[in-house]
Write a protein that binds this ligand. Sequence first.
Ligand SMILES: NC(=O)c1ccc[n+]([C@@H]2O[C@H](COP(=O)([O-])OP(=O)(O)OC[C@H]3O[C@@H](n4cnc5c(N)ncnc54)[C@H](OP(=O)(O)O)[C@@H]3O)[C@@H](O)[C@H]2O)c1
Length: 256
Amino acid sequence: MEYALITGGTSGIGFELARNFAASGYGVIIVSSSSERLQKARQKLKDSYDVKVLEYQQDMRRIGAAAELYDRIKKNNINISILVNNAGVGLVGRTDEIDLQHDEGMLILNIINLVELSKLFIADMYRQGSGRILNVASTGAFLPGPYTSTYYASKAFVLSYSRAIRYEARGKGIQVCTLCPGATKTEFFSREGVNVPRIAMTSEEVARYAYKRFMKNKEIIIPGIINKLQASRWVPVKLKMKIVENMKNQKVKNQG
Ligand SMILES: NC(=O)c1ccc[n+]([C@@H]2O[C@H](COP(=O)([O-])OP(=O)(O)OC[C@H]3O[C@@H](n4cnc5c(N)ncnc54)[C@H](OP(=O)(O)O)[C@@H]3O)[C@@H](O)[C@H]2O)c1
């Protein structure tokens, strides 16, 4: 059985991607920091699809977590055909007010462990001459994000890194794609402490579109017309930053 490994597969976009892979017959491995949430998500997947569903509890905010996860999967003799680096969180606030440790944890989750998992699994993919990676960035990757500065910068990193390793892998049977969702109705916003924007897409819509485009090996996948516009160069960056400020600043104002 071919396996898709999905970090952050317990809710939102990751869970919906897991459903798409399972529906297409892939075995699914979901990873998250919470064994309770993993058990619930696994059960839901098992109830709906006749595929293997495995869970790995691993807190990806820790340095070394990617290597530990990789070792655990190797010890269980599982070969990963598809890696989806989806786990990620945002942080909202003026940069001097965001706690240093929170920023560090987010950067380890959004960047360091994403890079380490990509490096570890792509080396196997090179050896076997095939494999696919989907890294989840954001439309935030295309602009600076006032009051969510490190989060947007982390997603710019993900986009740049993923495009570079895609270029390296061209012609070698390995594909690397980047998903750049815009606002999506998930737990992401409650974790950030802000309201879900009214224009947000559903995670089902985002995952369905992402899955189709990923299977067609599209380099950058942006679901939704408004999100494509947000990512485009034609809208002035200052205007985009003003929109982000208004969206994120509600929390800053509430705190003030
Ligand atoms: N929602 C949006 O508007 C939006 C827009 C652009 C990009 N994105 C990106 O989409 C991705 C998925 O987010 P989502 O919107 O689907 O939000 P979500 O519903 O909050 O899902 C986040 C996932 O990441 C996992 N996760 C969080 N912290 C973790 C940790 N320390 N270790 C392991 N797993 C962890 C969560 O699992 P546990 O809590 O069970 O650990 C959960 O499965 C993220 O990379 C996010 O940046 C989201």
